[in-house]
Every structure is written in structure tokens, then in C-alpha cells.
Design a protein around this ligand. Structure first.
Ligand SMILES: Nc1ncnc2c1ncn2[C@@H]1O[C@H](COP(=O)(O)OP(=O)(O)OP(=O)(O)O)[C@@H](O)[C@H]1O
Length: 474
């Protein structure tokens, strides 16, 4: 019988020669068989095999006896065994998290400690084909995507520990048969019937019914479905990662900007995956968003309108700026960030809303005529043509100006739209005005007003600290 397991393990290629394996052993039949099989094959495969058992203190004395039982089982076979006893019921009481998650976390932390203690890098767990079929069916019934339907992964990495499940295609009756053949007596977990209610409902009621009425091999069918989906899933995941790289314009830990048109050029299946990847990147995989939100985002991007902001769970926001789709934990720049400053002449005025300062200087024409040079953030004016105080303020509805080199007025809003200034930044961008008109939109365009001429006596040079739209309002 061990030969069949040897062949199966070889075929799976989850374990190669010289592996250093930690086996998670509960004391139940599956994990005792796994430990026994791996131990029996360890000599020829030159494996180091150790065991780890955690007493979760769920069942008082009974749990403590499980731990002693596993220790004894290991001692008889000369297998090093790490055991710990943790008051998981107390951890659950003190925590706000889901009880199963708390127990799982405690167990995995323990596995890591045990693996470090024995210097091992693989963890083998004894989930089997029935567990897999139950998982696939349960997820289908509860609602899942392809990732969920793929079931339990045969191999995955967690913080440097490679977790393998060599029995995932072996049904429990075969493990029980092995146990009987080799005289392995498992501990009976009395909590099984209570804690695994839903699983037991599927195992004890639903599967027998489905096997009788629909398909005698329903579990195998589900197992195959899981395997097929897992393969296709891996393929589409790889594709999504590739495509995502191309649509990301830039990203930082709390913000991602993607190219809308390129995103929409992909199939909806890839779009959904890419949004999911974006969520898991921003949310650090802790609290991914479900199908409803993923679909909501895809639909919202398709809508195309640029003026809506999407409020998502876990403090995430999404908005559009021309072709950019922005996902961020910072809210869309507020509309009412109006400001107005009297500009000191000569002197320095700090605009706190922008985090930049504005410098002014007055010179006689003859002093400056040789070195006056305008750029996006510097402008020069005929001082005498300026009417009253100089102010720097945000845009007001209906603001208009005459651009240098153009005749007629143009709406400031349209000038900004033409220059592709995003909606949020339109409300923040400073306008330099005198008492009557707008003279200059720093960084963007200047008006045809107060332009120095050969008759100009005094030149006003205004220089605003260069700003990028990324520096403010976002
Ligand atoms: N207390 C524990 N200590 C260490 N490993 C555990 C413990 N409980 C479960 N495991 C590992 O996790 C796997 C899955 O656990 P699960 O509770 O689903 O199965 P189980 O019914 O306890 O399986 P088994 O028949 O092996 O006891 C087990 O097969 C075993 O490898």
C-alpha cells in the first residue's frame, strides 16, 4: 500500500528529494496517515520529517490528551515533534475577528515557530479529496468566483513557508484503509460534529443524496472541476497581471492611477481581475472587495462620465480625470477650497492651500530689460497698467480672460479644460488678478493685459514657486 502512496506523491511532484518537512498533525486519521507515509518514505527520499501539534484548548482535558497522543505516536517512530498549548478560546474572546480566523492565525504562527525550531521549509497538511470536493461545493453554494471554485490550493507560500497538501486527490476512505492496514488508531475529535456543522451537512446529508439521485461520482466530478478551474485560473491570473502592468500609469502604496481607455480595451473577465488585483494591492490582501464592488467599478469606468466619484468600502475612493482612473484612500479634492490672498509687492506671499509661495519684484525697465524671461511660473507686467491691489485667488463661476495673442474673451474654465486640468485642480489653480481683471493663470496661460512695452517705466516680475498638480489637492 505504501507503494501506491509513493507513486502518487512522485506523480504530484510536490516533494522532491532532501526535503525538510514539517507535518501538521491534529491526531485525526488523515494527518496521522500523512505523517506515517512521509516518515516511511523519508529514508529513501532522504527527507527530514518532523511533526507539529497545537493544542487549541478547545476541549479541555480531551485536547491535552490529543497532544500527548501525538507525542507518543511520534516517539514510537522516532519523529521529532513540537507541541504547544495555546488558550485559543481566550484569544477568540479578546479579539474582534472571526473565531475560525483567530484559531487559524494561532496555528499558522505556531507552524512557523516549529519550522524555525527544526529548520524546515515545507509544511505538509492532510487535507484530502473529500475536503476538496466539500470546499468546492460549499463555495459554489455560497457564491464564488473562479478563484474560490478552484478549491484548496495544493501548494502555496506563506511568509517563507511552502505549504503542500499531498493528499488533496486521495479520498478519505483510502486513508482510513491505510490506517487500518498499518494499525494506526486516530484520536476522535468530539468537536467535529459541532464545529463543522456545515461541512458535515454536506458530507453526511447532501453528498449521499446527490450520489443517490444525481451522480454517484459527484465528489470526483467536483474534484475535477476544481482542478480544471485551478489551471484556467492560473492562466487568466498571469494574463491579468501582465495587462495590469501596462495599464498602470503610476502607483504608490495608497494610490493607483490607471489608463481608462486601455483598461476598457480588455475583455470584461480581465477587467474584473485587474480591478481585483488593484484592490488587493491597495488593501494589502486583508480585506478584498467582493464581486458586487468589482462589477460596480467596471461598470462605472465603462460609463465614461468624468464627473462622478465612487465611494468604496474600507476608505477607498475612485474618480476620473480625463483618461485617468484614480483609486486612492484620499478623498477626491474637495470643491470648496476657495482662497484669496493679497500679493505683497515687493515681497513674498505664501499660499498655504498650494504649499507654494509667490515672489514679486519691482524694477525699472532699464534695469531688467536684458534679463526678463518669462516661463510657466514667471510673468512680467507693466506696473503702471495694473489697477489697484494684486490678488491671487481661486476661480469663480463665469471668470473670463483674454489670452495673450488671441482676441476676445475665453472662459477660464474652458481654458483649464483645454489644458486638461482635472476637475479637482480647476478649483485649486491660482489666478493672478488686479482689481479689475485676470492677468495670469500661473503654470498655464497669461492674459494680454499689462504686457510690458518699450514705454513701460517699471516692471513687475511675479514668480510662483513651480508646482506640479501632484503636489496639491490630491
Ligand atoms: N491541532 C492541530 N495541530 C497541528 N496541525 C493541525 C491541527 N489541526 C489540524 N491540523 C492540520 O490541518 C489539516 C486540516 O485540518 P482540519 O481540521 O480540516 O482536518 P482534521 O479533520 O483535523 O484532519 P485530521 O483527520 O488530520 O485530524 C489537518 O489534516 C492537519 O494536517
Amino acid at each position: 500500500m505504501i507503494n501506491r502512496f509513493r507513486d502518487l506523491l512522485k506523480q504530484k511532484r510536490l516533494l522532491s528529494k532532501h526535503e525538510k518537512i514539517l507535518v501538521g498533525v491534529s491526531g485525526g486519521v488523515d494527518s496521522l496517515v500523512l505523517l506515517d507515509v512521509l516518515h516511511k518514505l523519508s529514508k529513501e527520499e532522504q527527507w527530514t520529517v518532523c511533526a507539529a501539534h497545537l493544542d487549541h484548548q478547545f476541549r479541555g482535558q480531551e485536547s491535552a490528551e490529543d497532544a500527548r497522543y501525538v507525542q507518543q505516536f511520534c516517539k514510537e517512530r522516532n519523529i521529532p515533534c513540537a507541541t504547544e498549548s495555546i488558550d485559543v478560546p481566550k484569544l477568540i474572546k479578546d479579539s474582534k475577528e472571526n473565531p475560525q480566523e483567530v484559531a487559524r492565525k494561532a496555528r499558522y504562527e505556531f507552524y512557523h515557530r516549529a519550522a524555525n525550531q527544526f529548520q524546515l521549509n515545507k509544511l505538509a497538511l492532510a487535507h484530502h479529496a473529500n475536503d476538496q470536493a466539500e470546499t468546492v461545493l460549499m463555495r459554489i453554494l455560497r457564491g464564488t468566483g473562479m478563484e474560490g471554485m478552484a478549491g484548496i490550493p495544493e501548494q502555496r507560500e506563506e511568509n517563507g513557508l511552502l505549504i503542500v497538501r499531498p493528499f488533496l486527490t486521495i479520498f478519505k476512505d483510502e486513508l482510513e484503509h491505510y490506517a487500518e492496514t498499518y494499525g494506526i488508531i486516530p484520536r476522535l475529535d468530539s468537536s467535529n460534529l459541532k464545529t463543522k456543522y456545515r461541512r458535515n451537512f454536506i458530507r453526511l446529508k447532501l453528498f449521499p443524496l446527490l450520489e443517490k439521485e444525481i451522480n454517484p461520482s459527484v465528489q470526483t466530478a467536483l474534484l475535477h472541476l476544481g482542478e480544471i478551474v485551478q489551471g484556467e485560473n492560473e492562466l487568466i491570473q498571469e494574463m491579468s497581471k501582465d495587462k495590469l502592468k501596462a495599464i498602470i500609469k503610476w502607483k504608490k502604496h495608497n494610490k493607483i492611477v490607471i489608463k481608462g481607455k486601455l483598461f476598457l480595451s480588455h475583455h470584461l473577465a480581465l477587467q474584473r481581475r485587474m480591478i481585483k488585483l488593484i484592490f488587493s494591492y491597495l488593501l494589502q490582501e486583508q480585506q478584498n472587495l467582493g464581486f458586487i464592488h468589482i462589477d460596480q467599478v467596471c461598470g462605472w469606468i465603462r460609463e465614461g462620465r468624468t464627473s462622478t466619484e465612487l465611494v468604496l468600502p474600507h476608505g477607498l475612493f475612485a474618480w476620473k480625470e480625463y483618461d485617468d482612473i484614480i483609486f486612492s484612500f484620499e478623498q477626491y479634492p474637495k470643491q470648496n477650497q476657495e482662497y484669496i490672498y493679497k500679493v505683497l509687492i515687493p515681497g513674498n506671499t505664501y499660499i498655504k492651500e498650494l504649499g507654494v509661495s509667490i515672489d514679486t519684484r519691482l524694477d525699472s525697465w532699464s534695469d531688467t530689460v536684458s534679463n526678463v524671461s518669462e516661463d510657466r511660473f514667471t510673468a512680467v507686467f507693466d506696473w503702471e497698467a495694473i489697477q489697484g491691489d494684486l490678488i491671487l485667488r481661486t476661480r469663480k463661476t463665469g471668470d473670463r480672460m483674454t489670452l495673450l495673442g488671441m482676441s476676445g474673451h475665453k472662459k477660464v474654465k474652458d481654458i483649464m479644460i483645454d489644458a486638461k486640468v482635472s476637475r479637482g485642480h480647476r478649483e485649486l489653480l491660482p489666478l493672478l488678478c488686479d482689481q479689475k481683471q485676470i492677468l495670469w493663470i500661473p503654470g498655464l496661460r497669461r492674459s494680454n493685459l499689462a504686457v510690458p512695452t518699450p514705454q513701460t517705466k517699471q516692471i513687475l516680475t511675479v514668480r510662483i514657486q513651480p508646482f506640479s498638480f501632484d503636489n496639491f489637492g490630491r
